[in-house]
Design a binder for this molecule. Structure first.
Ligand SMILES: *Cc1c(COP(=O)(O)O)cnc(C)c1O
Length: 393
């Protein structure tokens, strides 16, 4: 597909049409999988050339081009062996001795990784309530002062995740990105929950988007994969060098599955978001539920900000049932919902987040995170309603 006409197409068409082979006679409709650890050649093998299987694989290219297009990047994305591998690589962009600012309730693996690296003295880690714009701006100011003497590039890195996992706090993305740049900070946004169909952080000015491709992009709970989507060729070169040398690469079969999953992204997201809205509205009125967190609810603290910057409210709902016992009982009584961690697949999942000991204590003990799949919403509601009534008795 040529660069001129793709911009005219809507995102729900682009997920289907991007990353296809040219329409030549007898060409396959889908890109093939290349299974090879090395490539024929007589000149020097270098990072960035096809050369060797750690540098490049033709199976990665269509997915990397499609994801970059959807996120509004001019240079191809980079696929990694997991979301956390992509996140580790993006965190590596901060200058030695710099400061990383992260949301208190950012995805726990990203937070744990940053804490581990901060403990080695590579950078300082500051956590903030990402929904408190003034607090984030104050942290940016303090970090910019603290790193004033550093010579390395990107002395301050602002990590954005919105809505956050699992508290569903909404960051004012345009305001925070603008403030970050005014303070000389570099901005990375984890766009896993929203997907590029609902939110495009690069359009809002972010420097890199990261994804757990494992979730909505692949969409079938059958691959673990990640991606970085840099805004510029300069940052892409740095990330590509890291990936080639550190080796956190993806297998070709997983990337092929992710591209296959991407074809239905628009349908899946549309359906899951609609079901999430319906369930959230019904759950608000349920006597067994203490609090419902979903940015699509008009009374949700993040509603106005999300409405202004997103094209939909996502398909994750968090419920506070008041105690670990009540939450565990509801999870155990569901029959259709699968009790499992993760999110973004065609099947609806739920879990009590504090069952993970690493989850921050500020996440309520009784909080259940629901990931809406694509089943009939009435069947999902019926299963949940019966489970909730059992604990209300
Ligand atoms: C799951 C998740 C990750 C981690 O991705 P993996 O593919 O599991 O390594 C990062 N960020 C968010 C928001 C996630 O939900």
């Amino acid at each position: 597909m040529s660069a001129e006409n793709r911009a005219d197409l809507r995102p729900s068409t682009r997920v289907v049409s991007l990353g296809r082979p040219p329409q030549d006679d007898d060409a396959p409709v889908n890109p093939p999988i290349t299974v090879s650890s090395t490539y024929v050649g007589t000149t020097a093998v270098a990072s960035g050339s096809r050369g060797y299987g750690r540098y490049s694989n033709p199976t990665w290219d269509p997915f990397e081009e499609a994801l970059a297009d959807l996120e509004g990047a001019d240079v191809p994305a980079l696929v990694y062996g997991s979301g956390l591998a992509a996140i580790a690589s993006a965190l590596d962009l901060v200058a030695p001795g710099g400061t990383v600012i992260m949301p208190t309730h950012t995805y726990q693996g990203a937070l744990l990784g940053a804490q581990d690296t901060a403990a080695t003295g590579c950078f300082d880690l500051v956590t903030v309530d990402i929904a408190d714009t003034q607090a984030v701006i104050a942290a940016l100011r303090a970090a910019s002062e603290a790193t004033a003497g550093l010579t390395g590039e990107r002395p301050v890195l602002l990590w954005l995740e919105s809505p956050t996992n699992p508290m569903l706090e909404v960051a004012d993305m345009p305001a925070l990105i603008e403030a970050a740049h005014a303070h000389g900070a570099f901005v990375v946004a984890d766009n896993t929950f929203a997907t590029p169909l609902l939110q495009r952080p690069l359009d809002q000015g972010a420097d890199v988007v990261v994804h757990s491709v494992t979730k909505y992009l692949a969409g079938h709970s059958d691959v673990v994969l990640g991606a970085c989507v840099p805004a510029t060729a300069e940052v892409r070169d740095v990330l590509l060098h890291h990936r080639s040398i550190q080796g956190a690469i993806a297998g070709p079969f997983e990337v092929w599955l992710a591209l296959r999953g991407l074809r239905t992204l628009a349908l899946r997201v549309e359906r899951s978001c609609a079901s999430a809205q319906t369930l959230a509205e019904r759950l608000v009125d349920h006597p067994a539920v203490g609090e419902v967190r979903y940015p699509g609810l008009p009374a949700d603290p993040g509603h106005r900000t999300a409405a202004a910057q997103m094209d939909g409210f996502g398909a994750i709902i968090s419920l506070d049932l008041g105690s670990a016992e009540a939450a565990d009982a509801v999870v155990a009584r569901c029959r259709l919902w699968t009790p499992a961690t993760s999110l973004g697949g065609v099947e609806s999942l739920l879990e009590r987040r504090r069952r993970h000991t690493a989850e921050p204590e500020s996440v309520p003990e009784g909080l259940i995170r629901l990931s809406l799949g694509i089943e009939d919403v009435e069947d999902l509601w019926e299963d949940l309603r019966v489970a909730l009534e059992a604990v209300a008795d």
